[in-house]
Design a protein. Structure first.
Length: 332
């Protein structure tokens, strides 16, 4: 059964482009279903057995309605694949429905607390500059923690905007899909402080293809010292969450707002509050289906850059970099 599940997940990954996290979640769900069947061939499962597993059995195991949805999705896709390939005559999961649960409103960090968060890192230390750059991307660009973790230097592309050097960011997040977005001025400046830091220059973060990991870990005790370079220096998504919690707690921000997604919700809400065009909002948030072969026109990128500068949360609160920008904008 392990081989059958592996073949299915390889098909999903290489034909449907699902993310690594989806592969892991589906594999775990199907392996748990195989245990439920007590070693029987998955191809012999009945509709009743699938319904029982996806409903009352998982419920009794303490799996809530929302947490059961990936199990249901895995079963539906798996048996649809088996039926399409002729491995089974009928799809026993065709009528399996998703568990219903009340819609939970996402927690969102307030602008006031985002301001406190941005002042929390210590800019006199390398770790503080690194953390500030990460927090800036979460607040000012609305990135997911996985997107921040996966960034390499090649994801930052130099361009010119109103006479200044500016970054454009190529982001790879949900479903391994790539999108391109402008980097707001405040985020741009913190990224440059980080990239030009002397301590970063001394770290070997070069990958096999010559690219460089963008955000580095500083005290990963699970990696032997002689292997602590290249990909092994990459900061994990979980560590990014820890950075949010660490500085958020120090700033006195409530626990329910100390999650990277709370910062993403703030970003999306502020774009809406400032009446940013819905098409540009979808592109900035990464909600629209991206076209991998499409190259944004210079005019479209200029429009998005201006909107991101104007409406992102960091432009509305006082930050260390914001103060510097204000001084630079004053006439001499």
């Amino acid at each position: 059964m392990t081989e059958l599940i592996t073949k299915f997940m390889e098909w999903k990954q290489f034909n449907k482009g699902v993310s690594k996290r989806t592969v892991e979640a589906y594999t775990a769900a199907l392996e748990r279903f195989a245990q439920f069947l007590d070693g029987r061939d998955l191809r012999t499962a009945t509709s009743d057995e699938i319904e029982m597993f996806g409903g009352i059995w998982l419920h009794k195991q303490g799996v809530g309605a929302i947490a059961r949805r990936p199990y249901v999705a895995a079963l539906r896709e798996f048996y649809k694949w088996l039926a399409a390939g002729g491995a089974i005559k009928q799809n026993p999961a065709a009528g399996l429905s998703y568990p219903k649960a009340g819609r939970k409103l996402p927690s969102m960090m307030t602008l006031a607390n985002a301001e406190k968060l941005m002042w929390a890192p210590d800019f006199s230390t390398f770790s503080g500059v690194r953390d500030a750059a990460i927090l800036s991307l979460l607040v000012g660009c609305g990135l997911r923690r996985e997107g921040v973790s996966s960034l390499n230097e090649s994801n930052l592309v130099q361009t010119e905007f109103k006479g200044d050097r500016r970054y454009i960011l190529r982001v790879i997040e949900k479903g391994e899909k790539e999108r391109t977005m402008p980097v707001p001025r405040e985020v741009d400046m913190v990224l440059r402080l980080y990239l030009e830091h002397d301590e970063l220059q001394a770290i070997d973060r070069t990958l096999e293809n010559g690219d460089k990991v963008l955000f580095v870990s500083l005290n990963n005790m699970t990696v032997p010292p002689h292997e602590y370079f290249g990909e092994n220096r990459r900061l994990a998504p979980k560590a990014i969450w820890e950075i949010v919690k660490k500085h958020g707690k120090a700033a006195g921000i409530p626990d329910d707002q100390l999650h990277p997604h709370a910062l993403r919700h703030l970003f999306g809400t502020e774009l809406l509050e400032d009446d940013v065009d819905i098409r540009i909002r979808q592109e900035l948030m990464g909600h629209a289906d991206p076209r991998s072969t499409e190259i944004y026109t210079h005019l479209a990128m200029r429009k998005k850059m201006a909107e991101a500068d104007r409406a992102n949360p960091l432009a509305k609160i006082r930050t260390p970099v914001g103060d510097l920008i204000s001084k630079l904008r004053r006439p001499s």
